[in-house]
Design a protein around this ligand. Structure first.
Ligand SMILES: C[S@@+](CC[C@H](N)C(=O)[O-])C[C@H]1O[C@@H](n2cnc3c(N)ncnc32)[C@H](O)[C@@H]1O
Length: 216
């Protein structure tokens, strides 16, 4: 459970959101003891709604991990669409590929293994939707490149922008997050809010999800 939305409300939302997807359910169940920082099913459902609304045919994700959010996104692609997802860690990328196979979406997913800072220079846009869920310290350095890769009207969605509430000084009496990451997210939120090509709303779901539309 997150630190922003009260547990009872998170349980209520989870009770309503029954995707009934055995692969997603098994990844989430397996991660209960492992503790990788995957989105939860409520954020997955939000990604699915947004991608479906756009009829997205090209989606880019930074931070594949083992493919959980990627499966939500890939299932929402328009027919013939493609998800490009980037992961630094080779073992996680291998596991993600296996999960994409299990979910039956491997034919529409390209897993790019390596540092997104370098790999993004070689990717061509435009994308309909970009999901930023990689290294928090890279959120700001990668922002302008991601905006350039997005089509006008496309969405940049970023996870963890409230960071257990630690972006608000004093919200947590005993902060647990790396202070460098916290500072990086605070800077990112300010940059996104002031960005001349983005209109942004932050949804305080789970750990905070920002949704920005590219206006020009
Ligand atoms: C929060 S996890 C992603 C979770 C995934 N989006 C999900 O919800 O299922 C972040 C991932 O980004 C990867 N990562 C960190 N820095 C990266 C970089 N520079 N390039 C590519 N991937 C990176 C990490 O190895 C980690 O697996």
């Amino acid at each position: 459970m997150g630190q922003i939305v009260p547990d009872a409300i998170e349980r209520y939302l989870a009770g309503l959101n029954r995707a009934g997807d055995p692969v997603l359910d098994s990844i989430a169940a397996g991660n209960a003891t492992r503790g990788l920082p995957l989105v939860d099913a409520e954020v997955g459902a939000l990604l699915r709604v947004l991608a479906t609304t756009l009829s997205a045919s090209r989606i880019l994700e930074i931070g594949t991990a083992i493919g959980y959010s990627g499966i939500w996104l890939a299932r929402a692609l328009a027919p013939g669409g493609m998800l490009v997802t980037m992961e630094f860690d080779e073992d996680r990328a291998r596991e993600a590929r296996a999960n994409f196979e299990r979910a039956g979406v491997a034919d529409r997913v390209s897993v790019v293994v390596g540092d997104a800072q370098l790999k993004l220079a070689k990717v061509s846009g435009p994308f309909d939707l970009i999901f930023q869920d990689g290294d928090k310290k890279l959120y700001t350095p990668l922002l302008d490149r991601l905006v350039a890769l997005l089509r006008p009207g496309g969405l940049l969605i970023t996870d963890n922008v409230l960071w257990d509430g630690e972006v608000v000084p004093g919200f947590q009496t005993a902060p647990r997050q790396n202070p460098e990451d916290t500072r990086a997210i605070i800077e990112y939120n300010q940059r996104v809010a002031a960005h001349p090509q983005l209109l942004t709303s932050i949804v305080p779901l789970r750990d905070g999800v920002s949704i920005s539309v590219k206006t020009s």
